[in-house]
Design a binder for this molecule. Structure first.
Ligand code: CP
Length: 306
């Protein structure tokens, strides 16, 4: 197996690594069209649906001058005939210089990284991790707040299954955040992440009511979707699916530079009239994903960006 660097979990990257990626993202934000991937082939293997992650990765590869192979629907591949993930990864690593993979099983990206001869970038594994989303979230926070340090971040919605939430807590842990976690009992943050906060002396509060009082405290309001696909009992989903809805009136007295982020897709949790507010940043956040992913790709491939 060749020496390679993968991005499987945000825990693979320390503070200096994160700052390096954000610095690269800033360069790609200034000029996204740089031909560093000329002659390289990148595979995007999406075993779960995606709009932003796959298309921003593929745009990033195109802007870097590389070629893309892959699939967006595993039903059209030989995994539908029973081919194992091990064999699929072994095959694709014969063809491509880099594999970007989204999979419904937690730990699938780590497993793939142990099999593959080429770097693996985790584009989301079940309810576990979504580290490139964290890179674009951190870049968006830095870009709007001018710092990552000492911010108050409200995380609202599905904190149980939300992989972007789990990665964000770990990614922000280097920067002395204060978290307000807002979730219904059914979707509360798993103990493991609260223990993580305790071990890293990270301040947090927990709320089941989504109030203006808690909104008014924060620099970043990170909304999330209740994910129907994670529920085995759809009756349980029906009970919580519209538990929190952000309305424009609720942000009237929020901090002047407060920004609303959301990994998207949204369903009902942010009303459409919020989109016009200068505090709504989720579409720009998704655009930042292209720059952050150009940065991550160059980093795992050890490409020196001028
Ligand atoms: N944020 C995110 O992962 O979006 P997609 O599911 O559309 O890729």
């Amino acid at each position: 197996m060749s020496s390679k660097k993968s991005l499987v979990s945000i825990t693979d990257y320390g503070k200096e690594d994160i700052l390096r990626i954000l610095h690269l993202a800033q360069k790609f934000d200034q000029n996204p069209n740089r031909r560093y991937l000329e002659g390289k082939v990148c595979a995007t293997l999406f075993f779960e649906p995606s709009t932003r992650t796959r298309l921003s990765f593929e745009t990033a590869i195109n802007r870097l001058g590389g070629k893309v192979i892959g699939f967006s629907d595993a039903a059209t591949t030989s995994s539908s005939k029973g081919e194992t993930l091990k064999d699929t990864i072994a095959m694709v690593s014969n063809y491509a210089d880099l594999i970007i993979m989204r999979h419904f099983l937690e730990g699938a990206a780590r497993y793939a990284s142990e099999i593959s001869d080429v770097p693996i970038i985790n584009a989301g594994d079940g309810a576990n991790q979504h580290p490139t989303q964290t890179m674009l979230d951190l870049y968006s926070i830095y870009k709007t707040q001018g710092t990552l340090d000492n911010l108050t971040i409200n995380i609202v919605g599905d904190l149980k299954y939300g992989r972007t939430v789990h990665s964000l807590i770990i990614g922000m842990s280097h920067f002395n955040p204060t978290f307000n976690f807002v979730a219904p009992d059914e979707l509360k943050l798993p103990e493991i992440y609260k223990t993580f906060c305790d071990e890293h002396a990270i301040k947090y509060t927990e709320h089941s009511d989504f109030t203006e009082e808690v909104i008014n405290q924060c620099d970043i309001l990170y909304m999330t979707r209740v994910q129907r696909e994670r529920f085995t009992d759809l009756m349980e989903y029906e009970k919580v699916k519209n538990v929190y809805i952000l309305r424009k009136s609720m942000i009237a007295h929020s901090k002047q530079n407060m920004k609303i982020l959301h990994p998207l897709p949204r369903v009902n949790e942010i009303q459409q009239d919020v989109d016009d507010s200068p505090k709504a940043y989720y579409f720009q956040q998704a655009k930042n994903g292209m720059y952050a992913r150009e940065a991550v790709i160059c980093d795992v491939l050890n490409i020196n960006v001028e």
